[in-house]
Design a protein around this ligand. Structure first.
Ligand code: PLP
Length: 395
């Protein structure tokens, strides 16, 4: 199945206004997502918020089925959250880590996750250790295997980092984790929506993702997958009357499904929008999406590489839709601004987002261009032209 570019662009209102190469920040949502969210907000205004939720109950429940289908999970293994970080946190802070336990993570790990590791290291005396990269720049599976012992209680890595095109070998890591019986938490924030992601194939116990990035959902959405075998063994760090049931004056029971990690109040409009985004991606096909994203990103890397003074910093044996580069003599922020002035959206990635990797490679702040299937070669050219000529004019 090939992607019908004219159709997907016609269904993406933002394509008329901007060259959007900030899909790792937040993608332009397609029309069905927009219609779903606005439609529900309108219904809330017309008949009442609780009444609108009751009215759309079947559709809201259907969101869990769609997300489960998207990642090859069961509906009871899915919790919807307000973002990926909170989804990840709910799982991470539920893990029964004890003094002396070891957490293994990747060089490219995301700041918010590392901050949580460090907090728990401080509270409970666990150690946080970075698995070295292999020569391609991805997490070294051999090094990971060599670091394992009975004190390793968690392998937590990101599938695709926030700041470069690397795709970590998630399934190989899963194999090692399974063999060792170590809990495996995968941050799939940047991979879900741009490539097929299947929890059974990967072999992770826990997975978090966001709605607004490559999945093209509304902002303020995310989800968590908790494998069935862990579900009733993980006690969420926070509970309320949705995640638990107050059964007697001094008793409560926690829900058996993954929604034990949710809270009562949430936005049905954006939850429905998240479901619409997942349906849209499934209808196009994640294989087809992934192929086009990789092809566009490779094309962009080639073009950028050929420009004098431009260095592409992506790593890994397998690369995806994120293209990180720097321009000699120009701070990343200047490049981002020059592009923004011509309505080309990209963003800036700095050490604050992924300090292990930035320090290890002594990286400057980077320009992050992230392509999606609805982008065109002409749009990539627009970016390259600004970098090539536009910047000259600003010197
Ligand atoms: C964006 C991102 C997150 C955080 O997602 P939110 O929805 O903003 O909480 C986590 N990990 C990675 C790798 C990211 O790029």
């Amino acid at each position: 199945m090939r992607i019908d570019l004219d159709r997907v662009r016609a269904e993406t209102p933002g394509c008329r206004n901007v060259v959007h190469l900030n899909n790792a920040g937040a993608s332009l949502p397609p029309q069905p997502v927009l219609d779903t969210v606005i439609g529900h907000l309108r219904l809330e205004a017309e008949i009442g918020g609780y009444e609108a939720a009751a009215d759309r109950r079947a559709a809201i429940e259907g969101v869990y089925d769609t997300i489960a289908r998207l990642i090859g999970a069961r509906r009871k293994e899915i919790a919807v959250a307000e973002n990926a970080t909170r989804a990840w946190d709910m799982a991470f802070y539920a893990l029964p880590l004890e003094p002396g336990d070891r957490i293994l993570t990747a060089t490219a790990e995301y700041a918010s996750n590392v901050i949580a590791f460090l907090q728990v290291a401080r509270w409970r005396g666990v150690s946080v250790e970075v698995v070295p990269d292999d020569s391609s720049g991805q997490l070294s599976v051999d090094a990971l295997r060599a670091m394992l012992d009975e004190r390793v209680k968690l392998i937590a890595v990101n599938h695709v980092p926030t700041h470069n095109g690397l795709v970590n070998p998630a399934a190989e890591i899963g194999k090692v984790a399974r063999e060792a019986g170590v809990t495996y938490l995968l941050d799939a924030c940047q991979s879900v929506g741009q490539m097929p992601v299947d929890v059974a194939e990967i072999g992770c116990d826990l997975l978090s993702a966001t709605g607004r990035k490559f999945l093209r959902g509304p902002r303020g959405t995310g989800f968590l997958f908790v494998s069935e075998h862990l579900l009733e063994r993980l006690e969420p760090p926070f509970l309320d009357l949705h995640s638990a049931n107050w059964t007697a004056p001094d008793e409560f029971t926690i829900r058996p499904d993954a929604r034990r990690f949710e809270s009562w109040e949430s936005s049905p409009a954006t939850k429905l929008g998240l479901g619409a985004a997942a349906e849209y991606a499934l209808a196009l096909g994640l294989e087809a999406i992934g192929e086009r994203v990789v092809a566009l990103a490779e094309r962009l890397r080639e073009r950028l590489d050929a420009l004098p003074g431009v260095t592409v910093h992506d790593r890994g044996a397998r690369r995806c839709g994120i293209v990180a580069f720097s321009v000699a003599g120009r701070e990343a922020g200047e490049v981002v601004e020059a592009l923004a002035a011509r309505r080309v959206n990209v963003s800036r990635a700095t050490a604050e987002a992924a300090r292990f990797d930035f320090e290890a490679r002594n990286l400057p702040a980077l320009v992050r261009a992230s392509v999606h299937y609805y982008n065109t070669e002409a749009e990539l050219e627009a970016l390259c032209r600004v970098v090539e000529r536009g910047l000259d004019g600003l010197r």
